[in-house]
Ligand binder design. Structure first.
Ligand SMILES: Nc1ncnc2c1ncn2[C@@H]1O[C@H](COP(=O)(O)OP(=O)(O)OP(=O)(O)O)[C@@H](O)[C@H]1O
Length: 430
Protein backbone atom coordinates (compact mmCIF):
# COMPACT_ATOMS: atom_id res chain seq x y z
CA UNK A 1 0.00 0.00 0.00
CA UNK A 2 2.69 2.35 1.16
CA UNK A 3 4.87 1.41 -1.76
CA UNK A 4 2.22 2.13 -4.36
CA UNK A 5 1.54 5.50 -2.73
CA UNK A 6 5.20 6.34 -2.99
CA UNK A 7 5.27 5.24 -6.63
CA UNK A 8 2.26 7.36 -7.39
CA UNK A 9 3.97 10.40 -5.92
CA UNK A 10 6.97 9.73 -8.11
CA UNK A 11 4.80 9.45 -11.17
CA UNK A 12 3.09 12.72 -10.40
CA UNK A 13 6.46 14.39 -10.02
CA UNK A 14 7.53 12.86 -13.32
CA UNK A 15 4.46 14.19 -15.06
CA UNK A 16 4.67 17.65 -13.58
CA UNK A 17 8.28 17.82 -14.68
CA UNK A 18 7.48 16.44 -18.13
CA UNK A 19 4.74 18.95 -18.70
CA UNK A 20 5.94 21.93 -16.75
CA UNK A 21 9.66 21.99 -17.31
CA UNK A 22 10.96 23.50 -20.51
CA UNK A 23 14.29 24.64 -21.79
CA UNK A 24 14.62 28.33 -22.35
CA UNK A 25 16.19 29.78 -25.45
CA UNK A 26 19.69 29.69 -23.97
CA UNK A 27 19.25 25.97 -23.40
CA UNK A 28 19.08 26.12 -19.60
CA UNK A 29 16.49 24.19 -17.72
CA UNK A 30 13.82 26.54 -16.64
CA UNK A 31 10.27 26.17 -15.48
CA UNK A 32 9.00 28.42 -18.21
CA UNK A 33 5.52 26.99 -18.50
CA UNK A 34 3.93 29.85 -16.59
CA UNK A 35 6.24 32.48 -17.99
CA UNK A 36 5.80 31.23 -21.52
CA UNK A 37 2.06 31.37 -21.41
CA UNK A 38 1.83 34.67 -19.57
CA UNK A 39 3.85 36.57 -22.16
CA UNK A 40 1.21 38.05 -24.43
CA UNK A 41 3.54 38.72 -27.33
CA UNK A 42 4.18 35.07 -28.01
CA UNK A 43 2.20 34.23 -31.06
CA UNK A 44 -0.18 31.33 -31.37
CA UNK A 45 2.22 29.23 -33.36
CA UNK A 46 4.93 29.37 -30.75
CA UNK A 47 2.46 28.53 -28.03
CA UNK A 48 1.09 25.52 -29.84
CA UNK A 49 4.65 24.38 -30.42
CA UNK A 50 5.48 24.62 -26.72
CA UNK A 51 2.29 23.16 -25.44
CA UNK A 52 2.19 19.42 -25.14
CA UNK A 53 -0.40 17.84 -27.40
CA UNK A 54 -2.00 16.17 -24.42
CA UNK A 55 -3.11 17.02 -20.92
CA UNK A 56 -3.68 15.48 -17.52
CA UNK A 57 -7.19 14.16 -16.98
CA UNK A 58 -8.65 13.94 -13.49
CA UNK A 59 -9.77 10.54 -12.27
CA UNK A 60 -13.33 11.87 -11.99
CA UNK A 61 -13.25 12.83 -15.65
CA UNK A 62 -12.24 9.41 -16.91
CA UNK A 63 -14.52 7.68 -14.45
CA UNK A 64 -17.44 9.69 -15.78
CA UNK A 65 -16.38 9.21 -19.39
CA UNK A 66 -16.19 5.42 -19.10
CA UNK A 67 -19.26 5.14 -16.91
CA UNK A 68 -17.11 3.94 -14.01
CA UNK A 69 -15.03 1.59 -16.22
CA UNK A 70 -18.18 -0.30 -16.89
CA UNK A 71 -17.61 -3.88 -17.93
CA UNK A 72 -21.11 -5.14 -18.18
CA UNK A 73 -22.23 -8.08 -16.08
CA UNK A 74 -19.89 -9.68 -13.60
CA UNK A 75 -20.39 -13.11 -12.16
CA UNK A 76 -19.46 -14.17 -8.64
CA UNK A 77 -16.83 -11.51 -8.36
CA UNK A 78 -14.94 -12.35 -11.53
CA UNK A 79 -13.10 -9.18 -12.33
CA UNK A 80 -13.14 -9.50 -16.07
CA UNK A 81 -16.15 -10.00 -18.27
CA UNK A 82 -15.93 -11.35 -21.77
CA UNK A 83 -17.03 -10.50 -25.20
CA UNK A 84 -19.46 -13.00 -26.58
CA UNK A 85 -20.82 -15.74 -24.41
CA UNK A 86 -19.08 -17.70 -21.70
CA UNK A 87 -20.25 -20.23 -19.19
CA UNK A 88 -19.39 -20.47 -15.53
CA UNK A 89 -17.12 -23.25 -14.33
CA UNK A 90 -19.66 -24.29 -11.74
CA UNK A 91 -21.52 -26.23 -14.39
CA UNK A 92 -24.73 -24.47 -13.57
CA UNK A 93 -25.02 -23.57 -17.20
CA UNK A 94 -25.21 -19.86 -16.59
CA UNK A 95 -24.45 -17.71 -19.56
CA UNK A 96 -23.49 -14.10 -19.57
CA UNK A 97 -23.18 -11.67 -22.38
CA UNK A 98 -20.71 -9.25 -20.98
CA UNK A 99 -18.52 -6.32 -21.69
CA UNK A 100 -19.92 -2.92 -22.07
CA UNK A 101 -17.19 -0.30 -22.23
CA UNK A 102 -14.30 -2.75 -22.14
CA UNK A 103 -13.13 -2.91 -25.75
CA UNK A 104 -9.87 -4.77 -25.47
CA UNK A 105 -7.08 -5.93 -23.26
CA UNK A 106 -3.51 -6.97 -23.62
CA UNK A 107 -0.78 -8.37 -21.42
CA UNK A 108 -0.97 -5.66 -18.80
CA UNK A 109 -3.72 -3.24 -19.62
CA UNK A 110 -7.42 -2.96 -20.24
CA UNK A 111 -8.87 -0.51 -22.73
CA UNK A 112 -12.26 1.13 -22.19
CA UNK A 113 -14.33 3.18 -24.54
CA UNK A 114 -15.62 6.48 -23.19
CA UNK A 115 -17.04 9.85 -24.07
CA UNK A 116 -15.23 12.96 -22.89
CA UNK A 117 -17.08 16.02 -21.65
CA UNK A 118 -16.79 17.71 -25.02
CA UNK A 119 -18.43 14.69 -26.67
CA UNK A 120 -15.23 13.26 -28.14
CA UNK A 121 -14.99 9.46 -28.19
CA UNK A 122 -11.97 8.38 -26.14
CA UNK A 123 -10.17 5.16 -25.28
CA UNK A 124 -8.84 4.86 -21.74
CA UNK A 125 -6.02 2.38 -21.32
CA UNK A 126 -5.68 1.34 -17.71
CA UNK A 127 -2.87 -0.62 -16.17
CA UNK A 128 -4.54 -3.65 -14.62
CA UNK A 129 -4.14 -4.03 -10.90
CA UNK A 130 -2.70 -7.51 -11.27
CA UNK A 131 0.20 -6.17 -13.29
CA UNK A 132 0.98 -3.02 -11.36
CA UNK A 133 4.51 -4.07 -10.51
CA UNK A 134 7.40 -1.73 -11.08
CA UNK A 135 8.37 -3.12 -14.48
CA UNK A 136 4.84 -2.66 -15.81
CA UNK A 137 4.69 0.87 -14.47
CA UNK A 138 7.95 1.51 -16.26
CA UNK A 139 6.50 0.13 -19.50
CA UNK A 140 3.47 2.32 -19.05
CA UNK A 141 5.62 5.40 -18.60
CA UNK A 142 7.69 4.34 -21.58
CA UNK A 143 4.52 4.31 -23.62
CA UNK A 144 3.62 7.75 -22.32
CA UNK A 145 7.15 9.01 -23.02
CA UNK A 146 7.08 7.73 -26.58
CA UNK A 147 3.54 8.39 -27.69
CA UNK A 148 3.44 11.71 -25.84
CA UNK A 149 6.07 13.05 -28.20
CA UNK A 150 4.72 11.92 -31.52
CA UNK A 151 2.22 13.43 -33.87
CA UNK A 152 1.49 11.87 -37.21
CA UNK A 153 -1.67 10.93 -39.12
CA UNK A 154 -0.66 7.27 -38.84
CA UNK A 155 0.27 7.16 -35.18
CA UNK A 156 -2.34 6.76 -32.46
CA UNK A 157 -3.08 10.17 -30.96
CA UNK A 158 -2.55 10.54 -27.22
CA UNK A 159 -5.05 12.91 -25.64
CA UNK A 160 -3.79 12.68 -22.11
CA UNK A 161 -3.05 10.67 -19.03
CA UNK A 162 -4.23 10.27 -15.47
CA UNK A 163 -2.21 8.95 -12.55
CA UNK A 164 -4.91 9.04 -9.90
CA UNK A 165 -6.54 5.75 -8.98
CA UNK A 166 -4.00 3.85 -11.09
CA UNK A 167 -2.24 4.59 -14.34
CA UNK A 168 -4.27 5.63 -17.34
CA UNK A 169 -3.53 6.79 -20.85
CA UNK A 170 -6.24 8.49 -22.88
CA UNK A 171 -6.33 8.12 -26.67
CA UNK A 172 -8.66 8.96 -29.48
CA UNK A 173 -11.10 6.10 -29.82
CA UNK A 174 -10.95 3.99 -32.98
CA UNK A 175 -14.20 2.15 -33.36
CA UNK A 176 -13.25 -0.24 -36.15
CA UNK A 177 -11.19 -2.61 -34.01
CA UNK A 178 -7.75 -3.67 -35.13
CA UNK A 179 -6.53 -4.76 -38.56
CA UNK A 180 -6.11 -8.21 -37.04
CA UNK A 181 -9.68 -8.47 -35.79
CA UNK A 182 -10.98 -7.31 -39.17
CA UNK A 183 -8.73 -9.63 -41.16
CA UNK A 184 -9.44 -12.75 -39.18
CA UNK A 185 -13.09 -12.40 -38.32
CA UNK A 186 -14.74 -15.10 -40.38
CA UNK A 187 -18.16 -13.57 -39.78
CA UNK A 188 -17.47 -10.22 -41.36
CA UNK A 189 -16.77 -9.55 -45.03
CA UNK A 190 -13.09 -9.63 -46.04
CA UNK A 191 -11.21 -6.33 -46.10
CA UNK A 192 -11.19 -5.15 -49.71
CA UNK A 193 -7.86 -5.16 -51.52
CA UNK A 194 -7.66 -1.39 -51.88
CA UNK A 195 -8.07 -0.93 -48.14
CA UNK A 196 -5.41 -3.54 -47.46
CA UNK A 197 -2.99 -1.74 -49.72
CA UNK A 198 -3.80 1.66 -48.20
CA UNK A 199 -3.37 0.24 -44.70
CA UNK A 200 0.04 -1.12 -45.70
CA UNK A 201 1.14 2.23 -47.12
CA UNK A 202 -0.23 4.24 -44.18
CA UNK A 203 1.43 1.98 -41.63
CA UNK A 204 4.70 2.24 -43.55
CA UNK A 205 4.45 6.03 -43.41
CA UNK A 206 3.80 5.96 -39.67
CA UNK A 207 6.84 3.75 -39.09
CA UNK A 208 8.94 5.92 -41.37
CA UNK A 209 8.00 8.90 -39.24
CA UNK A 210 9.01 7.10 -36.03
CA UNK A 211 12.34 5.99 -37.47
CA UNK A 212 13.35 8.86 -39.69
CA UNK A 213 11.43 12.02 -39.14
CA UNK A 214 12.05 12.61 -35.49
CA UNK A 215 15.07 14.01 -33.73
CA UNK A 216 15.29 10.86 -31.65
CA UNK A 217 14.38 7.60 -33.31
CA UNK A 218 11.65 5.45 -31.80
CA UNK A 219 11.66 1.69 -32.24
CA UNK A 220 8.18 0.33 -31.70
CA UNK A 221 9.17 -3.34 -31.11
CA UNK A 222 5.65 -4.71 -31.40
CA UNK A 223 4.43 -4.00 -34.91
CA UNK A 224 1.63 -6.43 -35.67
CA UNK A 225 -1.87 -6.38 -37.07
CA UNK A 226 -3.55 -6.19 -33.66
CA UNK A 227 -1.62 -2.99 -32.89
CA UNK A 228 -2.73 -1.23 -36.06
CA UNK A 229 -6.10 0.42 -35.55
CA UNK A 230 -7.97 1.93 -38.50
CA UNK A 231 -9.87 5.20 -38.04
CA UNK A 232 -13.40 5.71 -39.36
CA UNK A 233 -11.88 6.56 -42.75
CA UNK A 234 -9.57 3.50 -42.50
CA UNK A 235 -6.43 5.54 -41.90
CA UNK A 236 -4.20 3.06 -40.02
CA UNK A 237 -2.94 4.15 -36.60
CA UNK A 238 0.12 2.55 -35.06
CA UNK A 239 -0.77 1.98 -31.40
CA UNK A 240 0.54 0.30 -28.25
CA UNK A 241 3.96 1.80 -27.54
CA UNK A 242 4.41 -0.24 -24.35
CA UNK A 243 7.58 -1.89 -25.67
CA UNK A 244 8.91 1.13 -27.59
CA UNK A 245 12.51 2.25 -27.12
CA UNK A 246 14.29 5.49 -27.93
CA UNK A 247 17.38 5.12 -30.06
CA UNK A 248 19.80 8.02 -29.56
CA UNK A 249 21.48 9.15 -32.76
CA UNK A 250 24.93 8.07 -31.61
CA UNK A 251 23.77 4.49 -31.02
CA UNK A 252 23.55 1.97 -33.83
CA UNK A 253 21.34 -0.34 -31.81
CA UNK A 254 20.56 -1.33 -28.29
CA UNK A 255 20.51 -4.70 -26.57
CA UNK A 256 17.42 -5.33 -24.52
CA UNK A 257 16.29 -7.97 -22.08
CA UNK A 258 13.91 -9.59 -21.60
CA UNK A 259 12.95 -10.25 -25.19
CA UNK A 260 9.33 -9.28 -25.56
CA UNK A 261 7.11 -8.99 -28.58
CA UNK A 262 4.98 -11.31 -30.61
CA UNK A 263 5.96 -14.77 -31.74
CA UNK A 264 6.10 -14.94 -35.52
CA UNK A 265 6.99 -11.24 -35.86
CA UNK A 266 10.36 -11.22 -34.11
CA UNK A 267 13.45 -10.47 -36.17
CA UNK A 268 16.13 -13.18 -35.81
CA UNK A 269 18.80 -10.89 -34.33
CA UNK A 270 16.31 -9.65 -31.75
CA UNK A 271 14.98 -13.10 -30.98
CA UNK A 272 18.44 -14.59 -30.55
CA UNK A 273 20.53 -11.71 -29.19
CA UNK A 274 18.07 -9.04 -28.02
CA UNK A 275 19.45 -6.57 -30.56
CA UNK A 276 17.02 -3.78 -31.34
CA UNK A 277 17.19 -1.15 -34.05
CA UNK A 278 14.98 0.08 -36.88
CA UNK A 279 15.38 -3.22 -38.68
CA UNK A 280 13.54 -4.98 -35.85
CA UNK A 281 10.43 -3.05 -36.86
CA UNK A 282 11.17 -3.48 -40.56
CA UNK A 283 11.12 -7.27 -40.13
CA UNK A 284 7.83 -7.17 -38.22
CA UNK A 285 6.41 -4.85 -40.86
CA UNK A 286 7.33 -7.44 -43.52
CA UNK A 287 5.38 -10.08 -41.61
CA UNK A 288 2.50 -7.61 -41.31
CA UNK A 289 2.48 -7.16 -45.10
CA UNK A 290 2.31 -10.92 -45.57
CA UNK A 291 -0.53 -11.16 -43.10
CA UNK A 292 -2.46 -8.51 -45.03
CA UNK A 293 -1.91 -10.29 -48.33
CA UNK A 294 -2.56 -13.85 -47.19
CA UNK A 295 -5.14 -13.25 -44.47
CA UNK A 296 -3.15 -15.70 -42.32
CA UNK A 297 -1.87 -15.05 -38.81
CA UNK A 298 1.91 -14.82 -38.17
CA UNK A 299 1.56 -18.05 -36.22
CA UNK A 300 -1.64 -20.00 -36.73
CA UNK A 301 -3.57 -22.24 -34.38
CA UNK A 302 -1.35 -25.21 -35.34
CA UNK A 303 1.85 -23.27 -34.50
CA UNK A 304 2.65 -22.88 -38.17
CA UNK A 305 4.78 -19.88 -38.91
CA UNK A 306 3.54 -17.64 -41.72
CA UNK A 307 6.99 -17.24 -43.27
CA UNK A 308 7.42 -21.01 -43.34
CA UNK A 309 3.99 -21.42 -44.87
CA UNK A 310 4.80 -18.89 -47.59
CA UNK A 311 8.10 -20.50 -48.42
CA UNK A 312 6.51 -23.94 -48.56
CA UNK A 313 3.58 -22.66 -50.60
CA UNK A 314 5.89 -20.90 -53.03
CA UNK A 315 7.97 -24.03 -53.33
CA UNK A 316 4.94 -26.17 -54.07
CA UNK A 317 3.56 -23.71 -56.60
CA UNK A 318 6.73 -22.74 -58.46
CA UNK A 319 6.72 -19.26 -57.02
CA UNK A 320 3.32 -18.18 -58.34
CA UNK A 321 2.48 -15.31 -56.05
CA UNK A 322 -1.23 -15.33 -56.84
CA UNK A 323 -1.48 -18.49 -54.74
CA UNK A 324 -0.49 -16.44 -51.69
CA UNK A 325 -3.46 -14.09 -51.86
CA UNK A 326 -6.18 -14.42 -49.23
CA UNK A 327 -8.68 -16.80 -50.89
CA UNK A 328 -11.54 -14.70 -49.54
CA UNK A 329 -10.59 -12.00 -52.04
CA UNK A 330 -11.08 -14.23 -55.08
CA UNK A 331 -9.83 -12.33 -58.11
CA UNK A 332 -10.41 -8.95 -56.50
CA UNK A 333 -6.89 -7.64 -56.18
CA UNK A 334 -4.48 -5.48 -58.10
CA UNK A 335 -1.58 -7.50 -59.48
CA UNK A 336 0.86 -4.56 -59.58
CA UNK A 337 0.18 -3.72 -55.94
CA UNK A 338 0.39 -7.38 -54.97
CA UNK A 339 3.84 -7.59 -56.49
CA UNK A 340 4.96 -4.49 -54.67
CA UNK A 341 3.70 -5.82 -51.33
CA UNK A 342 5.32 -9.22 -51.80
CA UNK A 343 8.55 -7.70 -53.01
CA UNK A 344 8.68 -5.29 -50.06
CA UNK A 345 7.82 -8.13 -47.66
CA UNK A 346 10.58 -10.30 -49.10
CA UNK A 347 13.14 -7.55 -48.48
CA UNK A 348 11.82 -6.68 -45.03
CA UNK A 349 11.93 -10.28 -43.80
CA UNK A 350 15.48 -10.94 -44.93
CA UNK A 351 17.20 -12.77 -42.08
CA UNK A 352 20.25 -10.49 -42.21
CA UNK A 353 19.23 -7.16 -40.70
CA UNK A 354 21.67 -5.07 -42.72
CA UNK A 355 20.20 -6.39 -45.97
CA UNK A 356 16.71 -5.23 -45.08
CA UNK A 357 15.56 -1.89 -46.48
CA UNK A 358 14.99 1.18 -44.33
CA UNK A 359 11.43 2.43 -43.94
CA UNK A 360 12.28 5.27 -46.32
CA UNK A 361 12.98 2.69 -48.99
CA UNK A 362 9.93 0.65 -48.08
CA UNK A 363 7.65 3.68 -48.40
CA UNK A 364 9.28 4.55 -51.70
CA UNK A 365 8.79 1.03 -52.97
CA UNK A 366 5.16 0.80 -51.89
CA UNK A 367 4.35 4.22 -53.29
CA UNK A 368 5.70 3.30 -56.69
CA UNK A 369 9.24 4.62 -56.69
CA UNK A 370 11.90 3.12 -58.86
CA UNK A 371 14.13 0.52 -57.28
CA UNK A 372 17.43 0.05 -59.02
CA UNK A 373 19.08 -3.25 -59.62
CA UNK A 374 22.25 -2.42 -57.70
CA UNK A 375 20.35 -1.31 -54.65
CA UNK A 376 18.79 -4.67 -53.89
CA UNK A 377 21.09 -7.20 -55.46
CA UNK A 378 22.74 -9.41 -52.90
CA UNK A 379 26.33 -10.44 -53.23
CA UNK A 380 26.70 -14.13 -53.89
CA UNK A 381 28.24 -14.83 -50.51
CA UNK A 382 25.44 -12.91 -48.84
CA UNK A 383 22.91 -14.98 -50.68
CA UNK A 384 24.59 -18.14 -49.47
CA UNK A 385 24.51 -16.87 -45.91
CA UNK A 386 20.84 -15.97 -46.18
CA UNK A 387 19.45 -19.08 -44.64
CA UNK A 388 15.80 -18.93 -44.03
CA UNK A 389 15.02 -18.36 -40.42
CA UNK A 390 11.97 -20.13 -39.15
CA UNK A 391 10.56 -22.99 -37.20
CA UNK A 392 10.86 -26.50 -38.37
CA UNK A 393 8.77 -28.11 -35.73
CA UNK A 394 6.31 -29.82 -38.04
CA UNK A 395 7.00 -32.24 -40.77
CA UNK A 396 3.93 -31.84 -42.92
CA UNK A 397 4.13 -30.71 -46.52
CA UNK A 398 3.00 -27.24 -45.70
CA UNK A 399 5.98 -26.62 -43.52
CA UNK A 400 8.94 -27.48 -45.70
CA UNK A 401 10.79 -24.39 -44.74
CA UNK A 402 14.36 -25.09 -43.79
CA UNK A 403 15.51 -27.51 -46.43
CA UNK A 404 18.17 -26.18 -48.78
CA UNK A 405 15.92 -26.67 -51.79
CA UNK A 406 13.17 -24.53 -50.39
CA UNK A 407 12.49 -21.31 -52.25
CA UNK A 408 12.92 -18.49 -49.77
CA UNK A 409 10.87 -15.32 -49.79
CA UNK A 410 13.76 -13.58 -51.43
CA UNK A 411 14.16 -16.16 -54.18
CA UNK A 412 10.44 -16.15 -54.74
CA UNK A 413 10.30 -12.43 -55.35
CA UNK A 414 13.40 -12.59 -57.52
CA UNK A 415 11.90 -15.33 -59.69
CA UNK A 416 8.61 -13.59 -60.07
CA UNK A 417 10.07 -10.20 -60.62
CA UNK A 418 12.62 -11.07 -63.23
CA UNK A 419 10.01 -10.55 -65.94
CA UNK A 420 7.76 -8.11 -64.23
CA UNK A 421 9.88 -5.43 -62.64
CA UNK A 422 9.98 -3.33 -65.76
CA UNK A 423 6.24 -2.93 -65.85
CA UNK A 424 6.39 -1.70 -62.24
CA UNK A 425 8.96 0.93 -63.06
CA UNK A 426 11.69 -1.17 -61.47
CA UNK A 427 14.50 -2.97 -63.17
CA UNK A 428 15.20 -6.65 -62.93
CA UNK A 429 17.10 -7.68 -59.84
CA UNK A 430 18.31 -11.10 -60.91
N1 LIG B 1 -7.37 3.95 -29.12
C1 LIG B 1 -8.05 2.83 -29.15
N2 LIG B 1 -9.29 2.78 -29.66
C2 LIG B 1 -10.00 1.63 -29.69
N3 LIG B 1 -9.54 0.45 -29.24
C3 LIG B 1 -8.30 0.42 -28.72
C4 LIG B 1 -7.50 1.60 -28.65
N4 LIG B 1 -6.30 1.26 -28.11
C5 LIG B 1 -6.37 -0.06 -27.86
N5 LIG B 1 -7.56 -0.58 -28.21
C6 LIG B 1 -8.00 -1.98 -28.11
O1 LIG B 1 -7.46 -2.57 -26.94
C7 LIG B 1 -6.62 -3.68 -27.26
C8 LIG B 1 -5.46 -3.75 -26.29
O2 LIG B 1 -4.73 -2.53 -26.36
P1 LIG B 1 -3.16 -2.50 -26.29
O3 LIG B 1 -2.61 -3.37 -27.37
O4 LIG B 1 -2.70 -1.09 -26.31
O5 LIG B 1 -2.92 -3.16 -24.85
P2 LIG B 1 -1.64 -3.93 -24.34
O6 LIG B 1 -1.93 -4.41 -22.95
O7 LIG B 1 -0.47 -3.03 -24.48
O8 LIG B 1 -1.55 -5.15 -25.37
P3 LIG B 1 -0.32 -6.10 -25.71
O9 LIG B 1 -0.40 -7.24 -24.72
O10 LIG B 1 -0.59 -6.52 -27.12
O11 LIG B 1 0.93 -5.31 -25.56
C9 LIG B 1 -6.22 -3.46 -28.71
O12 LIG B 1 -5.94 -4.65 -29.39
C10 LIG B 1 -7.45 -2.77 -29.29
O13 LIG B 1 -8.40 -3.74 -29.64
Amino acid sequence: MRQSYAKSRNLKRFLSVAIGKRRNSSGEDDNTEDKAFSVKQINEMEISHLRPGWRCFSYEEILKATDGFHKGLCFLGFERSFFGICSSKSGLGRFWIGADNLVGWGGYAEVYRGVAEDGEAIAVKRLTRASSDEQREKDFLTELGAVGHVRHPNVSALLGCCVDGGLHLVFEFYSRGSVSSNLHDANSPPIAWKLRFDIAVGTARGLHYLHKQRRRRIIHRDIKASNILPTESFEPQISDFGLARWLPSEWTHRAVAPIEGTFGCLAPEYFTHGIVDEKTDVFAFGVFLLEIVTGRKPVDGCHRNLLCWINARSYLNDGIIETLVDPRLGEEYDMGQLKRLIFAASLCTRPTATLRPSMTEVVELLEGGEITQEQWKMLEEEEEEEEFWGFDDRDDDDNRCSTPSTVTMWQLSATVFADDLDCLGMRSIV
